[in-house]
Design a binder for this molecule. Structure first.
Ligand code: G3P
Length: 195
């Protein structure tokens, strides 16, 4: 169990790095809390108007999820992989450095799935893309990608990833409460990329 605790900490540590927040600061784009939804993710970085920063945030927030999975896979067993993956997601959403007020986990969710079982990850990325093209809403795309992820895991994955996908889906839904409320009343903003 000491080993598992270590992997939980490593996963959380990686996940809790708020790349969007840091990049927005370093690149002089301002404080994400005062922009758009106030969220620290790539979608909100995009609202600063800097597409490069948004793409980089997406890549790094996804990458930290992948790295957590790959490190655990190389240096430990399958239990450690699942735990590191879950904790990377939790770290992104609840980072101690930001008073536990983190992001919504979508990029990290996709990065985790890509590293865990790439066909499932690719299917979820494509689901996000199709839903984004149709709805023009990042949150709607995230909700759809999460909603279908367990199904994709059943079709393209194996036992452990199915459970993890389901748990992460519930967490993604939970983190998109405010977005769902806005979607319901029709006030959720469309993404800049498609405007
Ligand atoms: O990745 C988060 C996205 O699904 C929604 O972000 O800033 O529109 O709340 P935001």
């Amino acid at each position: 169990t000491a080993g598992l605790i270590l992997w939980a900490v490593i996963g959380y540590g990686l996940g809790s790095i708020p790349f969007g927040m840091v990049l927005a600061r370093v690149m002089g784009l301002g404080n994400l809390r005062e922009i758009g939804s106030g969220n620290i993710g790539a979608t909100n970085v995009l609202r600063t108007g800097n597409k490069k920063a948004a793409a980089l945030t997406l890549l790094l927030d996804g990458g930290k999820g992948s790295v957590a999975v790959l490190l655990a896979r190389v240096f430990a067993g399958e239990d450690a992989v699942q735990l590191a993956a879950l904790m990377a997601f939790v770290g992104h959403c609840y980072p101690v450095w930001l008073g536990f007020r983190g992001g919504k986990g979508v990029a990290t969710f996709l990065g985790i799935l890509l590293a865990l079982a790439w066909p499932v990850g690719v299917a979820c990325c494509l689901t996000w893309l199709v839903a984004a093209l149709i709805s023009r809403m990042s949150s709607m795309a995230a909700i759809m990608a999460a909603a279908l992820s367990t199904g994709w895991a059943i079709v393209l994955g194996n036992g452990a990833i199915i459970i993890l996908a389901f748990v992460l889906t519930l967490l993604v839904f939970w983190r998109h409460r405010s977005n769902m409320a806005r979607i319901k009343v029709g006030t959720e903003p469309k993404i800049g990329l498609f405007r």
